[in-house]
Design a protein around this ligand. Structure first.
Ligand SMILES: Nc1nc2c(c(=O)[nH]1)N[C@H]1C(S)=C(S)[C@@H](COP(=O)(O)O)O[C@H]1N2
Ligand SMILES: [Mo]
Length: 257
């Protein structure tokens, strides 16, 4: 029901590639459990099965109730990207926006916002913690990153997902804000590409049209204005080589709390 039009065979190959990649992420020890490996490839939806196994490997971040929501969710860092291409997209309410998905995937492709909204969605009320010393509780709605990666099909070599943002950062080798996460966080059920905040379209100040929520990590990991995601084996040659804009300036790559 939530499938986007596209070749069934290509989609199937993508899924096989994704399930193999997921197996790689789960560890080679699992591949040697031959009773399990062929069964996974034999079930009707191997990717979902494999993703489910991976996704439950780690704990969930705490979720809250509507009564806990912060009256306003403040903006931090870039509040409006200084980028003509972005400004044109925003002026047209992001009707012409498309998320690019590429790198180590079986089927590089683009997703319009309508296509992303047609995939499965998840809504969660979580607390955002910024290292600058403030927190806010917001309700986020978006598409699980795993659903997007399933459709592109991760290749076995993929180890990280890199998020390339629209906002220029002056005087930096990478020129734009960027971030990266490992596959365990990428496939976690609470990791979503959010297009909604507190029941409304995501405001520009909070990363419209699409921003990452990776709920077990700190605020700077939650890339706003995501234009392109890239599956990579290593982020050593991206930007300053440390995996993110703030990481290139000394912050920890793994900002788990
Ligand atoms: N593209 C982009 N993403 C970003 C930032 C930024 O400046 N640009 N700031 C980060 C930091 S430090 C925080 S705390 C959160 C702030 O999200 P908010 O504006 O929704 O509060 O976004 C993160 N993601
Ligand atoms: Mo932050």
């Amino acid at each position: 029901m939530d499938e986007i039009k596209g070749g069934g065979r290509r989609r199937f190959l993508g899924r096989v590639a994704a399930s193999i990649a997921a197996l790689g992420a789960a560890g080679c020890d699992r591949l040697s459990q031959t009773d399990w490996f062929p069964k996974v490839l034999g079930v009707a939806d191997p990717v979902n099965h494999t993703l489910a196994k991976l996704a439950t490997r780690k704990a969930m971040a705490q979720e809250f109730t509507p009564g806990d929501l912060s009256p306003t969710f403040r903006s931090n860092g870039t509040a409006e990207p200084d980028n003509a291409q972005y400004a044109a997209l925003a002026a047209n309410h992001f009707a012409d926006y498309a998320l690019e998905v590429g790198g180590l995937v079986a089927a590089p492709r683009r997703f319009t916002l309508a296509e992303l909204r047609a995939l499965r969605s998840r809504t969660q009320i979580t607390r955002h913690d910024c290292v600058e010393g403030w927190s806010a509780i917001g309700q986020w709605t978006g598409v699980p990153l795993s659903a997007v990666l399933e459709r592109a099909g991760l290749r076995p070599e993929a180890k990280y997902i890199v998020f390339h943002c629209a906002d220029p950062m002056e005087g930096t080798p990478e020129s734009r804000y960027y971030e990266s996460i490992g596959l365990d966080d990428a496939l976690h059920p609470q990791t979503i590409l959010a297009y909604g905040l507190n029941g409304h379209d995501l405001p520009v100040a909070n990363g419209a049209p699409l921003r990452l929520r990776v709920e077990r990590q700190l605020g700077y990991k939650m890339a706003k204005y995501v234009m392109r995601i890239e599956a990579v084996e290593s982020f050593a040659k991206i930007g300053g080589g440390k995996g993110g804009y703030w990481e290139d300036r000394g912050y920890e790559w793994y900002a788990g709390i």
